[in-house]
Design a binder for this molecule. Structure first.
Ligand SMILES: NC(=O)c1ccc[n+]([C@@H]2O[C@H](COP(=O)([O-])OP(=O)(O)OC[C@H]3O[C@@H](n4cnc5c(N)ncnc54)[C@H](OP(=O)(O)O)[C@@H]3O)[C@@H](O)[C@H]2O)c1
Length: 267
């Protein structure tokens, strides 16, 4: 059984530990400083510790899920125990070159998941770093498959991915909230407003992914000439929703690049 470690079992790291332990396919050990707050993971068989070196030493593959500004500190602490092991960093903005210089003999993958992984509906883009072989990639894909969908990309796309699918749950949550507020405005009960908005986003995404239909085709399926939907669409277009989303992702990508530059020049 592959032994998987998670260093930095916070929001993302503990969800990774939970999904992998819950699959029954991996032996999982996870660390953070305050392990009391994630004691429930023990019920799934996750071995919890405050000792990052114990995690690195006891694992064949290690997920690094601390905040980007802690990556150097943690890798300096454990790098001698990572020789020949898989190191999968989910930290935003830290390039594989930097990871490779901190853990020169580790097999490195940089990944960008999103919070959908908490319910195994994540989307993770990953890129290859130093020392990775084809057989390592297969192992990585099996691991990421437990968290939802995944795709391999070139590293120069990672900042844009961070801005789109990494940050994306926040944009979609805002949209769901806006739709729910709209529901409240036209008199729907609160619970119905939120549930109908969330299910509408979920169902539309599922429809697109499972049928391959283009979003514009899905839109056409709902539009009747002179009907209610075109009335709503008119105001969304007037409000510039499309441009606002494009500007938001463009600005977030720029910010991801700025953060990357700042972090990588200061460490
Ligand atoms: N949140 C997202 O939507 C998202 C999406 C994609 C990628 N990411 C990336 O995932 C990483 C984690 O993000 P997050 O949102 O899960 O943050 P988080 O909840 O703050 O998790 C980070 C964890 O690291 C632990 N930690 C801090 N110092 C440590 C140390 N020296 N040794 C071991 N553990 C330590 C912290 O716990 P203690 O204080 O108890 O040690 C904390 O729980 C980040 O690098 C982020 O860029 C996040």
């Amino acid at each position: 059984m592959l032994r998987v470690g998670v260093i930095g079992a916070g929001q993302i790291g503990s969800a990774i530990a939970k999904a992998l332990a819950g699959s029954g396919k991996y032996r999982v050990i996870a660390s953070r400083r305050n392990i009391e707050s994630i004691k429930d993971l023990e019920r799934l068989g996750v071995d919890l510790t405050t000792d990052n070196r114990r995690v690195a030493g006891a694992s064949d593959a290690v997920f690094l899920a601390v905040k980007p500004n802690k990556v150097s500190l943690v890798l300096r602490e454990v790098s001698d125990l990572l020789d020949g092991k898989l190191l999968i960093s989910v930290a935003a903005a830290i390039p594989t070159s930097r990871l490779g210089s901190l853990a020169p003999r580790a097999k490195i993958i940089r990944a960008m998941p999103n919070v959908g992984l908490i319910v195994k509906a994540g989307f993770t883009a990953y890129c290859r770093g130093p020392n990775i072989t084809e057989s390592d990639v297969k192992v990585v894909q099996e691991l990421l498959g437990e968290l939802g969908a995944y795709i391999e990309v070139d590293e120069d796309l990672m900042d844009a991915i961070t801005a789109l699918s990494g940050s994306g749950p926040a944009y979609v949550a805002l949209l769901i909230e806006a739709m729910a507020y709209a529901g409240l405005k036209v008199g729907l009960p609160r619970d119905l407003a939120y549930r109908s908005s969330a299910y509408t986003v979920y169902g539309t995404a599922k429809l697109m992914l499972e049928t391959g239909l283009h979003p514009s085709t899905i839109k056409e399926m709902v539009l009747t000439p002179g009907g209610t939907t075109i009335e709503g669409i008119f105001y969304l277009e007037e409000g510039g929703v499309r441009t606002a989303v494009m500007k938001a992702v463009e600005a977030a990508t720029k910010r991801a690049r700025e953060i990357a530059e700042k972090l990588n020049s200061s460490i």
